[in-house]
Design a binder for this molecule. Structure first.
Ligand code: BTN
Length: 278
């Protein structure tokens, strides 16, 4: 039985930790649709009544069979070793603020990694947290629009105790255990609780303005792409230039060789280094 002890007001106070499900983001979507039941698949948690659904509801799973990444990619986990969790946020924010929730969440994960492991995380805009240039965490933020309201689902995947990385991702992915000197398994409950605590603190700060003005300096200090050549790809075009940091709307500023500055929205774009992953 997993226990989450979050020192928060709302985020993570109501949580469900499933043995196995398709995707924790999808669990929250189903909860929003059909009221208050959760279908788990492992037998131990087959059906749970969670009462009314609140801002901050968190769903975690030891294994996702259809974990989702950004831009239609898959997110594959190793059973029982990592963190897969989704948090429901019911913001009183304008829709233009939603993409910034990903950036806010990345800051929370980076802070937890630093606090819990002493490692030096960096952020690859908009949603990856890296250690030593390799990804330990990905974030998928989805907007759910209902009758007269909308919510945000933040899905966070952190490679915690996974020691084996498949060959095809070994160059670009890592885990907390593989990066830490002791090579001892880390406490997933404590890490998840800390992320939720940091998320609440950053999210409250973010909600004061509805933009990144209070957080952009901290974010830019961790931005691995800063002053590096990047290629920004979206479904319609690709531009290359030097990433200069984010602005107060969370857009990546890219200076192209003609001296023009482009403001890139997170949306469906992917950013790569011109010569590699970063
Ligand atoms: C990415 O890097 O492309 C985003 C990965 C997001 C993975 C997390 S794991 C918890 C939540 N449930 C999902 O299906 N995806 C997110």
């Amino acid at each position: 039985m997993h226990k989450l002890q979050c020192n928060t007001n709302q985020i993570g106070k109501q949580y469900i930790w499933l043995d196995k499900t398709d995707s924790t983001n999808e669990v929250i979507k189903r909860l929003l649709l059909d009221g208050q039941t959760i279908e788990g698949e492992a037998g131990k948690v087959s059906k749970m009544i969670v009462g009314s659904i609140h801002h901050g509801l968190t769903v975690l799973a030891d294994h996702q069979t259809k974990g989702k990444g950004r831009i239609g990619r898959e997110w594959i986990d190793e059973v029982g070793t990592n963190i897969a969790m989704s948090v429901l946020l019911q913001p009183g924010l304008g829709a233009e603020s939603i993409s910034m929730v990903t950036l806010v969440s990345a800051l929370a994960v980076a802070k937890t990694i630093k606090e819990k492991t002493g490692l030096e995380p960096q952020i690859k805009w908009p949603n990856d947290v890296l250690i030593g240039g390799r990804k330990v965490c990905g974030i998928l933020t989805e907007l759910e629009i209902g009758a007269g309201h909308y919510c945000v689902i933040v899905g966070i995947g952190i490679n915690v105790n996974q020691t084996y990385m498949p060959e095809e991702i070994a160059d670009i992915a890592t885990s907390l255990i593989n990066e830490s000197e002791e090579l001892l398994p880390l406490d997933r409950e404590a890490i998840a609780a800390s992320v939720l605590e940091n998320l609440e603190a950053y999210y409250d700060k973010f909600c004061l303005t509805g933009n990144m003005s209070e957080l952009m300096y901290e974010y830019n200090a961790l931005l691995i792409n800063r002053n590096l050549n990047v290629r920004v790809m979206d479904p319609s075009e690709s531009i290359e230039g030097i990433a200069r940091g984010i602005d107060d709307m969370g857009r990546l500023l890219v200076e192209t060789p003609d001296g023009e500055w482009h403001h890139i929205f997170a949306g469906e774009v992917s950013v790569r280094g011109v010569y590699g992953y970063v």
